[in-house]
Design a protein around this ligand. Structure first.
Ligand code: NAP
Length: 349
């Protein structure tokens, strides 16, 4: 890969992340068209199911300048006739000479595009390096959902140093600081749905909206899981009545995820509380933990996690830390299940 292609891949990833794309089954992809001397003549990103793919959008901007050019794209071009035509065909028709892509498409429908392009004489390269890794990380939840036929699940917890998520009287606003909360809003902007249990609705009356970052008008679907009726005055009860939020009346996390998958949700953020988080952990459907720890000691109040059925240390759930950083005065720990605790499946992290 050339330096120009590395830079173009970073731009393509920025394009893929353009705020405002509605949640849906399709991956968020960006594409840049580069002339042989490194000039950018086309940029595009996918704006959701039924709209042109990133490659097609970038080719439209490039026009005739695409002939002999390189397409740098965050995901392998599709070779599939869906609601829009195959990108492989569009790239060949435009005269693209080289394709650099960051991630192989794992889906049965879209995959195989790189091999098709290579057979047709296009120079095809799977990108390497930091930008490619970032692009793959960004697409990992979508790839997981495609290969496992359920949404990728991130659980977020905001806890005190002594592992509590609420004080003795149930109050939990706010244990963590401004920067952690901004981080949570950025997380919400990157997922399709935010999930809480009925207990959190009853006590906190949350909105679950993206507020503190620019999401281009995008809002994830708020989802409440649990059998009981929501308090009539709760914000989310009104959203459920308007059809803008989902209330899933089930205690089975697999059933909840199946309903979400059917709605086009590919990445969910579970924001608690401890009963729901523990139930989803017990069901082995948690793929990533994002755990904020605030330098606060409460001494009493709800613990971050309900009973997992662990009675002795050898049965403890072990997690592998993949990132630790500071958010203001708080620490943020990101972890994925260790191999031993991982349900049988191929991981995409
Ligand atoms: N700091 C944080 O990160 C954070 C985040 C969220 C909440 N909180 C705090 O947590 C407290 C609320 O805790 P919580 O545990 O009651 O809230 P929760 O986990 O949001 O809700 C619990 C309810 O979820 C339902 N549920 C759904 N699936 C279930 C399953 N598989 N098994 C069992 N129940 C299931 C049950 O309600 P039904 O009876 O309706 O079925 C259960 O009572 C509040 O004080 C809140 O402030 C803190």
């Amino acid at each position: 890969m050339t330096v120009d292609e590395q830079v173009a891949l970073a731009t393509a990833l920025d394009l893929a992340r353009t705020p405002g794309v509605p949640p849906g089954p399709n991956p968020r992809v960006g594409c840049v068209i580069l002339t042989p001397d490194g000039g950018v003549v086309g940029r595009g990103w996918h704006r959701g199911a039924g709209t042109p793919h990133a490659e097609v959008a970038a080719l439209a901007e490039a026009g005739e300048l695409a002939a002999g050019a390189t397409a740098v794209v965050t995901l392998e071009p599709c070779d599939h006739q869906g609601r829009t035509g195959p990108c492989t065909q569009a790239l060949r028709d435009a005269g693209i000479a080289r394709v650099v892509y960051a991630m192989t498409d794992p889906s049965e429908t879209g995959g195989g595009g790189a091999a098709r392009l290579a057979r047709d004489g296009v120079d095809v390269v799977l990108a390497e390096g930091e930008e490619a890794r970032r692009a793959r990380d960004f697409l990992a939840p979508w790839a997981f959902a495609v290969t496992h036929e359920r949404p990728y699940v991130t659980v977020k917890v905001a806890a005190s140093l002594d592992g509590r998520v609420a004080a003795d009287d149930g109050s939990s606003r706010w244990i963590t600081g401004d920067e952690s909360r901004r981080d949570v809003h950025a997380l919400r902007a990157d997922v399709d749905a935010v999930v809480v249990g009925t207990g959190t609705v009853a006590i906190d009356d949350p909105h679950l909206t993206v507020r503190e970052v620019d999401a281009g008008g995008f809002q994830p679907i708020p989802v409440i899981v649990g059998m009981r009726e929501l308090p009539e005055s709760a914000h989310l009860a009104q959203e459920v009545a308007r059809g803008e939020a989902m209330h899933i009346r089930s205690h089975d996390p697999h059933e909840a995820l199946a309903q979400l998958q059917a709605r086009g949700v590919r990445h969910v953020l579970v924001e608690g509380g401890p009963t729901l988080a523990a139930a989803w952990l017990r069901a082995d459907v948690v793929d990533r933990l994002i755990w904020f720890v605030a330098p606060v000691i409460l001494g009493a109040g709800a613990l971050a996690m309900g009973d997992l059925g662990v009675r002795t240390l050898t049965d403890a759930r072990r997690w592998q830390v993949v990132d630790v950083c500071r958010r203001g005065d708080d620490a943020r720990i990101m972890a994925v299940p260790t191999e031993r605790d991982r349900p049988k499946r191929t991981d995409v992290d």
